[in-house]
Design a protein around this ligand. Structure first.
Ligand code: FAD
Length: 270
């Protein structure tokens, strides 16, 4: 069972940050992952009075508050128009609608779970996080922060610099944790494939050699797509757990990358 001794509704980010500096205190998200722990903690810090449950948009970016639910990003028209439905596709397999009404974007990113569909799609989109103390950093940098970091995730920022993005995952059974997650995006003219649930945390592999560069007016060939999929699967570290073996994951990786690139080429969003 999971217990805590005190509950505080923080009235400012400063107050939440100060409280969180004590080792036994913790920040509440939707509490869906937290509640599975078997321990007793100190003070639960609730951010619900801090206005973090909105999605804002201007011409340059989307700003998604830490308390926005997975269901909100799944059904947000503009976010899904921009990502051609990739965000909805990334979260729609996660347990069920009632669960997604409660699970937060902040908790999903902060957890840096290896299996995370959410981390995979946001990394492909080149998202950044705003931490109250450390400020804005991209997800690549955030992913490298020590697990002992005690900061408040305020919002996730999605810059509008993506020309196309496709999200695919493989599951043994719908609503189960994924066997592999894959998002391919074209950002600032270059392709990146992000592979998660390998079973390690999502990792980007950029097309640094321009394998997917097409001559003007020419379509990408199957050979180019195959070569990129090979490159991605060679760069990712695969492991074995109860859901799948490393070798199987590597095979699935190639298949998903090929499918995702083909879809991305077929339906540019910018
Ligand atoms: C049964 C089950 C199945 C799942 N399946 C999937 C799946 O298939 N794919 C997938 O992507 N995810 C899956 N998840 C993860 C889920 O989608 C959420 O990511 C997870 O529950 C965390 O979100 P939460 O809002 O419940 O956070 P919580 O459980 O409340 O918090 C998680 C962690 O983040 C910290 N935290 C929360 N908010 C903040 C903040 N603003 N600032 C700093 N720290 C913060 C908490 O202190 C805690 O350490 C699953 C979870 C469960 C329980």
């Amino acid at each position: 069972m999971f217990y805590y001794n005190q509950y505080v509704r923080a009235q400012s980010l400063d107050e939440a940050y100060e409280l969180y500096q004590k080792k036994t205190n913790f920040v509440l998200g939707g509490m869906l992952w937290l509640k599975m722990k078997n321990k007793t903690l100190g003070t639960a810090i609730d951010l619900c009075d801090l206005g973090l449950e909105a999605i804002e948009e201007d011409e340059n970016e989307f700003r998604i508050g830490a308390y926005v639910s997975l269901r909100q990003i799944e059904t947000h028209e503009s976010l899904n128009a921009y990502t051609d439905g990739a965000i909805a596709e990334a979260v729609r397999h996660i347990v069920g609608v009632q669960f997604r009404n409660v699970a937060t974007v902040g908790g999903s990113i902060w957890g840096r779970f290896g299996f995370s569909d959410v981390m995979t799609v946001f990394r492909a989109l080149g998202a950044k996080v705003r931490l109250h103390h450390a400020g804005i950093m991209d997800l690549d940098e955030f992913a490298r922060l020590p697990r002992t970091t005690r900061d408040i995730l305020v919002e996730v920022i999605v810059p509008k610099n993506v020309q196309s993005v496709v999200y695919l995952s493989q599951r043994n059974q719908s609503t189960d944790f994924p066997v592999l997650t894959c998002a391919v995006a074209k950002r600032d003219g270059r392709y990146v494939a992000v592979i998660g649930a390998s079973p390690y945390m999502a990792q980007p592999v950029w097309d640094e050699q321009g394998i997917l560069d097409a001559a003007d007016g020419q379509e990408l060939s199957d050979e180019q797509i195959e070569k990129f999929a090979d490159q991605v699967s060679e760069h990712i570290r695969f492991g074995t757990n109860m859901r799948a073996g490393a070798e199987y994951r590597k095979i699935i990786c190639k298949v998903l990358v090929k499918r995702a690139v083909k879809q991305a080429v077929g339906k540019g969003i910018a």
